[in-house]
Design a protein around this ligand. Structure first.
Ligand code: ACO
Length: 336
């Protein structure tokens, strides 16, 4: 048995910061940011939270799928920037929606998170444990961004994307090809991209030291990145894992309509296209508008393409995520 994405949705905060706004905070320029990353502006939460954005993206995905709330029996939220620790963001989304029949939990795998949420939902649906899943990537990375660090604050933005997956019930659908994903992790290289928990006060109060706000929010509590190491990792591992997933499923590159990559950096997307020998037209990008929204970037892009009519039934798409962990992975979707 396999499953199908039958609806998508997204939510983007209306407040924006363009590169000129960033250049007022750190020593940088619009020209440098555009040239090195492709980002022009990013949307930033004001009144929204990771949970409220997730719930709104979910409502839009449910409407697009024509899915009833009672039908949803699994809600997965991929996030590294939830405004709640307990209960999990997925339970908060369940409460906001009133999807009372769902089992809910969060996943934390940074920019690979949505691909892993998709794989997890697929496994639940394929095994018959669940029938309809709501998967969401939602991030308010602006809360984890050190706005004094020009190596990172130029990159990130906030937003949420969601998709509804249904287990295929019709006989002909059940006989359709089932594409297996490929995912990898290398915890040994995790130091390339880190962020300490706001709840990790270890080392601060040892020895009876009084904790000050400055201590709690030292630089380690914001995202810290070895940009070049992450860049090199991405341009090597992403084409590799796409090659693996294609080979595993006996799918050729000319069968793929679009490669929906995590939107981290224009130069990474271009390098992946070049290494795969595929034309840039197959690599849609929206990072110029939103920056890197981590686990939200793939479902936001998927939703845009669904709504503007670029996605057509029968098309094969590759989703590929990569990021902190380090983690990376790819999955093939047949659009219906
Ligand atoms: N503005 C102006 N100059 C800058 C800036 C800036 N914002 N940032 C760095 N520089 C300077 C550096 O100091 C350096 O100067 P120097 O040559 O005098 O020492 C020069 O520009 C080049 O710096 P690099 O770090 O080599 O710049 P690079 O071309 O690598 O671009 C960037 C940096 C954009 C961060 C890039 O490395 C990148 O995109 N890396 C990948 C990040 C990523 O994709 N992360 C995804 C995962 S995120 C997640 O999982 C949450």
């Amino acid at each position: 048995m396999t499953a199908t994405i039958c609806g998508t949705g997204s939510y983007i905060p209306s407040y924006t910061m363009d590169n000129h706004d960033i250049a007022r905070l750190v020593e940088t320029s619009d020209e440098w940011i555009r040239e090195r990353t492709g980002v022009i502006r990013r949307h930033i939460v004001r009144d929204e939270t990771t949970v409220s954005m997730a719930a709104e993206a979910a409502r839009r995905a449910l409407a697009d799928a024509g899915a009833a709330l009672e039908e949803i029996d699994l809600i997965l939220v991929s996030t590294i920037s939830s405004n709640v620790v307990l209960p999990c963001a997925a339970c908060e989304v369940q409460k906001e929606l009133g999807a009372v029949n769902a089992t809910c939990f969060d996943l934390s795998a940074a920019c690979t998170g949505f691909v892993l949420a998709y794989n997890t939902a697929l496994a639940y649906l394929a095994s018959g444990v669940c029938r309809t899943a709501l998967i969401i990537g939602s991030e308010s990375l602006s809360n984890l961004t050190n706005w004094k660090d020009r190596g990172t604050c130029i990159l990130f933005g906030d937003g949420a994307g969601a998709a509804v997956l249904r287990a295929d019930a019709a006989e002909e659908d059940r006989l359709r090809k089932h594409y297996l994903p490929v995912t990898h992790s290398d915890g040994g290289k995790g130091a390339a991209l880190t962020c300490k928990s706001r709840h990790d006060f270890s080392g601060l109060n040892g020895g009876g030291k009084e904790i000050s706000p400055e201590d709690i929010l030292d630089d380690a509590h914001y995202m810290q990145m070895d940009g070049q190491a992450v860049f090199k990792f991405a341009v090597k591992r992403v084409p590799e894992v796409i090659g693996e997933v294609l080979e595993l499923n006996q799918v050729k590159t000319d069968e793929i309509s679009y490669y929906i990559l995590h939107q981290a950096n224009k130069r990474i997307v271009e390098a992946v296209a070049k290494r795969l020998g595929e034309p840039m037209e197959k690599f849609p990008m929206n990072l110029q508008e939103y920056g890197n929204t981590s686990s939200a970037s793939i479902p936001i892009l998927l939703d845009e393409m669904n709504r503007d009519g670029r996605l057509k039934p029968g098309q094969k798409l590759v989703m590929a995520g990569f990021g902190a962990g380090l983690t990376w992975g790819a999955a093939i979707i047949e659009w219906r």
